[in-house]
Design a protein around this ligand. Structure first.
Ligand code: XLS
Ligand code: MG
Length: 364
């Protein structure tokens, strides 16, 4: 077992949202970015996740010099509050130029927009003191297969990665896969796709992945196995812990809210691999329920953090010897029962009889 770590946590300002959904408007009034910044430390968070325009509003309306200057001011605001920028992500899904995608748009001018915007994002990150860029490739995909050449699209994504790596020798790219929404099918749906792109890039050491729980579930995969895969390649740069009730819209529920055992297994995989020892954050990407009142709209963050820490305790206090005995006996029923009891806090497992206990009528 690696030495225990003190985890540090991050979230993005969009995690404190106003409850708007495709069927209804905001139900809470917005808080300014600066107001939100003041809440991080008291809530137990040290890292701030950014979209480029969280740092520089209306980023497209400013020159490169103005963008850098505005980002520098935000960098100072972080420092004053003892906070760290974890990463910056280009918002390549909002502007009319990105209607058909960013790097994979069928329009040459739109592809150029995506690249220019990405380089501005790298400038912003530099000013905020982080080399890390997250690519959530929101609109890199298609609604109908015939609309784009998928093979060319992969080449274009790779080309964009290489341009980023060449633009700034310090930059680190973290690809955040998601299989769908807003697209019917996205081109980078799993961590396997992301890591393949990393290896194919001009500098594999600077490209890795960020895994969001809900995105893995939406791909029909187990989030802890996705994390394990990335960890085995030493390519898990960060996580977006949350939860998700099956194959529905992206719900971004509080961590552990839908499946506590799956949450336990994610924590277990991270903890056992020593994740966090090199300063990696436990990132959250969670959404307050629309029903929350204004003054209660950050509980999803503090609750998710707390559940994570409780689960760390559960991982650390599990009886590893007993688990190993069950594994050696190939008694996975016993291992499962032990895991469930441990999670429920039922301390004593009743001694199991060696003989199978069948009801008399069934035992012929
Ligand atoms: C959306 C993504 C997004 C990224 C950052 O589904 O999770 O929030 O984490 O762009
Ligand atoms: Mg996310």
């Amino acid at each position: 077992m690696p030495e225990s770590v003190n985890y540090r946590f991050s979230f993005g300002p969009w995690n404190i949202s106003e409850g708007a959904d495709p069927f209804g408007p905001m139900v809470r009034s917005p808080h300014s970015f600066m107001e939100k910044l003041d809440w991080y430390q008291p809530m137990g968070f040290e890292g701030v996740q950014f979209h480029d325009d969280d740092a520089v509003e209306n980023i497209d309306d400013h020159s490169a010099t103005q963008v850098a200057e505005k980002a520098r001011q935000i960098g100072k605001a972080l420092k004053d509050r003892g906070l760290t920028a974890e990463f910056v992500a280009p918002r390549l899904w909002f502007d009319p130029h990105t209607i058909d995608g960013g790097y994979t748009s069928n329009g040459a001018a739109d592809r150029q927009y995506a690249l220019d915007r990405t380089m501005r994002t790298i400038d912003v990150a530099r000013e905020l003191g982080t080399p890390n860029i997250v690519l959530w490739l929101a609109r890199e995909g298609s609604y109908i297969r015939e609309a784009k050449n998928a093979r060319v699209a992969y080449e274009r994504i790779l080309d964009a990665l290489n341009k980023m790596l060449a633009y700034d020798k310090e930059v680190r790219i973290w690809i955040e896969p998601k299989p769908n929404e807003p697209m019917d099918h996205a081109y980078v749906p799993t961590i396997g796709h992301a890591i393949a792109l990393a290896y194919a890039s001009d500098d594999p050491a600077r490209v890795s992945g960020l895994i969001e729980t809900a995105h893995a579930i939406l791909a029909g995969l187990d989030p802890s196995d996705e994390m394990a895969f990335a960890l085995a390649h030493d390519k898990l740069a960060s996580v977006h812990l949350n939860d998700q009730n099956g194959l529905k819209f992206d719900q971004d529920k509080s961590f552990g809210g839908a499946n506590l055992r799956s949450a336990y297994n994610q924590v277990r995989v991270l903890e056992e691999a020593g994740y966090g020892r090199r300063g990696e954050f436990i990132g959250l990407d969670v959404k307050a329920m629309r029903t929350q009142r204004q003054d209660q709209a950050t509980k999803h963050l503090t609750n998710s953090r707390e559940i994570f820490l409780h689960l760390v305790e559960k991982v650390r206090s599990a009886d590893k010897k007993l688990e190993q005995q069950f594994i050696e006996a190939r008694d996975y029923e016993a291992l499962e029962a032990y895991t469930l009891r441990h999670l429920m806090g039922v301390s004593e497992a009743k001694p199991q009889s060696a003989k199978p206990q069948l009801a008399k009528s069934a035992a012929r």
